[in-house]
Design a protein around this ligand. Sequence first.
Ligand SMILES: *[C@@H]1O[C@H](CO)[C@@H](O)[C@H](O)[C@H]1NC(C)=O
Ligand SMILES: *[C@@H]1O[C@H](CO)[C@@H](O)[C@H](O)[C@H]1NC(C)=O
Ligand SMILES: *[C@@H]1O[C@H](CO)[C@@H](O)[C@H](O)[C@H]1NC(C)=O
Ligand SMILES: *[C@@H]1O[C@H](CO)[C@@H](O)[C@H](O)[C@H]1NC(C)=O
Ligand SMILES: *[C@@H]1O[C@H](CO)[C@@H](O)[C@H](O)[C@H]1NC(C)=O
Ligand SMILES: *[C@@H]1O[C@H](CO)[C@@H](O)[C@H](O)[C@H]1NC(C)=O
Length: 544
Amino acid sequence: MRIFHSVCLPKYVFPVLSRWTGCYAAFLCLVLTLARAEDECPVSCVCSRDSGTVTCRDGEDSGEVPVDLPEWTSNLIIQGKNMSTLRRGVFVDNTTELEITTLCLSYNGIQTIEPYAFLGLSHLHLLDLSHNRLESISARALVGLPQLRSLYLNYSVLPEAVTQLSSALSSQTLANLYRLDLAGNRLKSIPLETFDSFNLHILVLVNNSFENVVRENVSGLYQQRHMRVYLALNPFRCNCDLEAFYYWLKNSSQCPDVGRLVCSEPENKRGALVERLRAEDVDCNLENLEAVSYVFLGIVLALIGVVFLMVLYLNRGGIKRWLNNIREACRDQMEIYHYRYEQDSDPRLANVAVRLSQTCPSSLPPRQVNDLIQPSASVRAESTCSSTGLSTSKLTTCPSQTAATVAATDSRGRFERGSGDQSECSPALCDYVHLKLLQHHSPSWLLHRGLPNFLSWSLMASPPTHNRSSRPEDDEDDPVDRMITRTGCSEQHYAVQECMAEHQDWRLCQKQVQTFKDCMSSFQRARKEQLQKQLSKDTQTSTS
Ligand SMILES: *[C@@H]1O[C@H](CO)[C@@H](O)[C@H](O)[C@H]1NC(C)=O
Ligand SMILES: *[C@@H]1O[C@H](CO)[C@@H](O)[C@H](O)[C@H]1NC(C)=O
Ligand SMILES: *[C@@H]1O[C@H](CO)[C@@H](O)[C@H](O)[C@H]1NC(C)=O
Ligand SMILES: *[C@@H]1O[C@H](CO)[C@@H](O)[C@H](O)[C@H]1NC(C)=O
Ligand SMILES: *[C@@H]1O[C@H](CO)[C@@H](O)[C@H](O)[C@H]1NC(C)=O
Ligand SMILES: *[C@@H]1O[C@H](CO)[C@@H](O)[C@H](O)[C@H]1NC(C)=O
């Protein structure tokens, strides 16, 4: 060095001195040199020769690497300086090669590292660039560090410099790199293209933004059996993408802080340890299957819905009919019940004809009694029933001019009416009103549909409550059957019944009904005469 040479000048100035003197001078020189070198500590630095450490902190000489470092310097610590840029060859010494092995440049606010910035540090083992604000790193920034074993870049790399860092690290010049610290850099992926060009044993990725380690990188990790990767404090997303990484954690034991890896997503797994996840949590097949099955289920349900609607639409007529049928069936059921109830509770119904004749008093002309059972146009005439049951029953009958109206009142002021078209001014209409009125006095089931219908109705109603195949002798208990048997019209009655059994519709059996009705009429005529005779006999005996 310069100083050494100047100190050593006398050696050449006094060549005549004895050899001993020369040696002595040389020794003196050396001592002096050492003494001077010790003084040589750069301004605003602290030097410790014993440990070979030069520490420069917070100097007022802003931003520059001290130039004249002692040659014994092996550890150089520069901290708290404001050096935005590390220039090319900033550590190069023109005369001697520096033997620095440890270079600490943390907390210097370094933003840019130029190419070949660390030239001349071929003995460097450790480079600490942590806690800077690196925005720009040249791809050749780390050239010339063949001995480098540890590189600290924690809390230092800004997101915009990550890709540049990746190429700087991959420049094939860090063959001995053993430890790489990249903590706290908001990294989402490993900024290394390959692990092969290093001797990496420790990779610190703590406190970054890793949500996953992709399958590709995991297979790289499997090949670096000796490597340990620290991954705590990363926000892992514990879905099925994690599968490869999950198995690597389980199988390889390359992650020493595996017990501190925690899921931060999804919501339901937040805070769960990654290593404690179940295999099915990270099984993509299962997850896909689940999704597929839900979609499939949805489609099937939608199809069923559409088919159902279509069936409804196409079958709207049928459904309407079906609903009507149900309603009919219900009504029929009710009627049957009604009928059975009346029949069971009122044994007097055993003989309808007799009962009706008793409803009207003796003063009622028998013809009218008959008319109640066997209605005819003659009912149109005004008639009076002047005693207990139907006293002063008044019947106004059709035809009127415009429409057929039949109205009737009885002595108690009960009023009933029925109306229809003029063409409907039939005996049936008269029957209907008349019988409605009569309903107040006689069993209501009689009047349910008017008398003509009643016949068919009662025939229709009785089979379900009795064995349809039964013969008259089996039906001894049925009052209707008993009545009909007594009239001598049972044959016609069964004809109707059979027809009904076949068609289930009394309208299709009108011929049979008519025959039956005729038979009944003739029976009733006979019965009427008999009643009349009996009446006159009764009056004779009562007056006498
Ligand atoms: C650092 O240096 C830059 C200029 O190089 C200057 O703008 C900045 O204020 C300095 N910061 C500090 C903390 O000294
Ligand atoms: C080192 O040498 C270069 C030329 O090679 C020169 O420009 C520079 O000033 C020298 N530095 C010192 C500190 O002597
Ligand atoms: C970061 O760098 C410092 C050195 O400056 C080191 O001591 C520390 O262990 C590194 N790692 C973390 C995670 O802070
Ligand atoms: C993680 O890094 C952020 C900055 O990236 C820092 O603020 C935080 O303190 C770090 N957390 C831990 C536990 O080191
Ligand atoms: C990590 O994966 C990325 C792709 O996602 C790839 O570009 C990169 O080379 C991989 N790095 C290592 C070290 O496997
Ligand atoms: C990891 O271990 C599981 C069982 O624990 C095994 O099924 C899987 O094949 C292993 N993966 C590798 C890559 O060794």
